[in-house]
Design a protein around this ligand. Structure first.
Ligand code: J2J
Length: 544
């Protein structure tokens, strides 16, 4: 399960050789990386968890903690290649557990805090996970009950580890034990973890990333963003998401020997005091949050002067909003257009203001291959919009155990079909101009309409449903479910559909924002529902 190529396509040998020769892939693992950092500067603070009372980990303490937890996991039979679904909010234990799993070569599967029974059961069953790691309660929700329900459904699950009070499960604090002989860790070309795709299909796809490829993207990101030992990075977005993890994120900061500070909630009233108290220099935000921070900064009494750089990405950031960020927060702005599948683009620190506010940056690597093509995979004329295809030293060649889907998401020569529509400026920067994939980008949170449609279709009063994006001034997009009621069924109200979806146990951001009842969907030539048609109907309605 660990070797790329078995459960997912990997880079052909000639590419791997090239990436090694270029010095991108250095044969380093995450476990080894932390060991080196701890040897180089053992007493420097690596990690701060400010809530409820402030806890810190030096590099040596984090390294020792990872060893002890790794020993405890190994003693419970968790070994190389095993999958472990990690469902923790922004707490220090997130980092401890991840490095413990890296040490033994078990693969974290990064669930988002918002995920609920539908998603978690799927991750546990599909990956045949042996363990599931949760907080006791978070944001008013008891994860222990969720874990009990999931354990009944996923036969592979042998352990539930709880940060806090364990209930009927195992307390994470009981797991650590003195390390005996160090376990044979993973090799750098093997998988490090499974990241989640935003998704366009009924179930989320899993993204297999290796130590080699991910560490390269971190090194590249650190150089571009100027991350160093003095960096203090605030993890505002969920730590499990690829953006705050790697662009340059908490992993990039640890690689550079800097300090990671966990932010329990993203609102300015929580984050600004932390920025001031912890002397935060860098963070990453999605556009709606950047807007909230920009507005709140005017009235803020906290000292935000340590903040040097804010990265904004995950969804399209409007030019007007981008122009206001720097004056309001007194720091520099960098736009980032990335994806968990690999390719990450940044504007650069030496780009002029126009480039920073009007483009989404250019790739990390000179070996990131970019193609911009029409519907028939032919290159469009330079400067015109087209589909973005990419291949490179940290972009996957296929999803994990999804061979059929891979044939559609990748070209025969290994380019990933991002589903994004972009154009390239004369300066080589990309401008995102929309999307061809069937996905809703709700302020950076991705929704696969098919997943929500499948749930709504289970409602007895529903004949058919189509979920589409509608424009929204704050979030960029919201979701709208067009529902065709079943003939003869009792009349439905929108709230009933929304409640039905919520009660199925799904992430709250996937519950349709709006529900409308219709008698038919717009049709395309071949008689299939036209999502594009539905979107334009919705847009027109929105503008009335
Ligand atoms: C427009 N669309 C964007 C942007 C992502 C860094 C930053 C973001 C992600 C991420 C990430 C966008 N403007 N600036 O992993 O490391 C949309 C595109 C893209 C999809 C990927 C990172 N930045 N997007 O958002 O895997 O549609 O990663 O294909 O969640 O988000 O989503 P995701």
């Amino acid at each position: 399960a660990l070797t790329p190529g078995v459960d997912a396509p990997t880079w052909p040998a000639e590419f791997a050789e090239r990436y090694r020769a270029a010095g991108y892939w250095r044969g380093e693992t995450f476990g080894g990386m932390l060991r080196e950092r701890a040897a180089a500067h053992p007493d420097r603070v690596a990690l701060v968890d400010p809530a409820p009372e402030r806890r810190t980990w030096t590099y040596r303490q984090l390294d020792e903690r990872a060893d002890r937890l790794a020993a405890g996991f190994a003693a419970r039979g968790i070994g190389k290649g095993d999958r472990v679904v990690l469902h923790l909010p922004n707490v220090g234990e997130f980092v401890e557990v991840v490095f413990a799993l890296f040490r033994i070569g078990a693969l974290p599967v990064y669930a988002l805090p918002a995920h609920r029974e539908t998603e978690i059961s799927y991750f546990c069953s599909f990956t045949e996970a042996v363990a599931y790691v949760i907080p006791d309660r978070h944001a008013g929700f008891d994860h222990r009950d969720l874990a009990s329900a999931v354990a009944r459904k996923a036969p592979s699950l042998r352990h539930v580890f709880v940060v806090g009070e364990p209930g009927e499960h195992t307390a994470l604090r009981e797991v650590a034990r003195a390390p005996e002989e160090p376990p044979a860790g993973p090799r750098a070309h093997e998988l490090a973890f499974l990241q989640l795709s935003g998704g366009t299909t009924g179930v989320p796809k899993l993204i297999p990333r290796t130590h080699d490829d991910y560490l390269y993207s971190l090194r590249g990101s650190n150089e571009i963003c100027g991350v160093g030992p003095g960096t203090r990075f605030l993890v505002v977005l969920p730590a499990a998401h690829n953006f705050p993890m790697s662009s340059p994120g908490w992993l990039g900061t640890l690689l550079a020997g800097g300090r990671v500070v966990m932010c329990p909630r993203p609102d300015p009233s929580t984050a600004f005091p932390l920025v001031a108290r912890e002397g935060i220099t860098m963070t990453g935000l999605v556009p709606p949050l950047a807007l909230v921070w920009t507005q709140a900064a005017a009235a803020a009494r906290e000292d935000l002067s340590h903040l040097e750089l804010v990265l904004v990405g995950g969804a399209k950031y409007s030019e007007e909003a981008a122009r206001r960020l720097r004056p309001a927060l007194g720091c520099r702005l960098m736009q980032v257009f990335g994806m968990a599948e690999g390719l990450v683009n940044y504007t650069r620190l030496d780009d002029d203001e126009e480039t920073v506010v009007t483009t989404q940056g250019r790739p990390i690597s000179p070996d990131d291959e970019i193609r911009i093509v029409d519907d028939d995979d032919r290159d469009v004329p330079e400067g015109e919009f087209g589909h973005l295809l990419t291949r490179g030293p940290y972009t996957i060649r296929g999803y994990w155990r999804a061979h059929k889907h891979n044939a559609r998401s990748f070209t025969p020569d290994g380019f990933y079909r991002t589903g994004d529509l972009v154009r390239r400026t004369p300066g080589g920067h990309l401008v995102v101009g929309g999307r061809a994939k069937d996905q809703i980008n709700r302020g950076g949170e991705k929704i696969a309409p098919e997943e929500v449609e499948n749930i709504i279709l289970a409602h007895p009063g529903v004949h058919d449903v189509s979920v589409v994006a509608v424009p929204d001034t704050y979030l960029g997009e919201r979701s709208l479910a067009y529902v065709i009621p079943r003939e003869g069924a009792a009349p439905l109200r929108p709230a009933q559909i929304r409640r039905f979806v919520r009660e199925r146990g799904i992430a709250a951001y996937k519950v349709p924002d709006l529900v409308e009842f219709v008698t038919a969907f717009p049709q395309t030539g071949i008689g299939k529902v036209s999502k594009k048609g539905l979107r334009s109907v919705a847009t027109a309605a929105d503008q009335q």
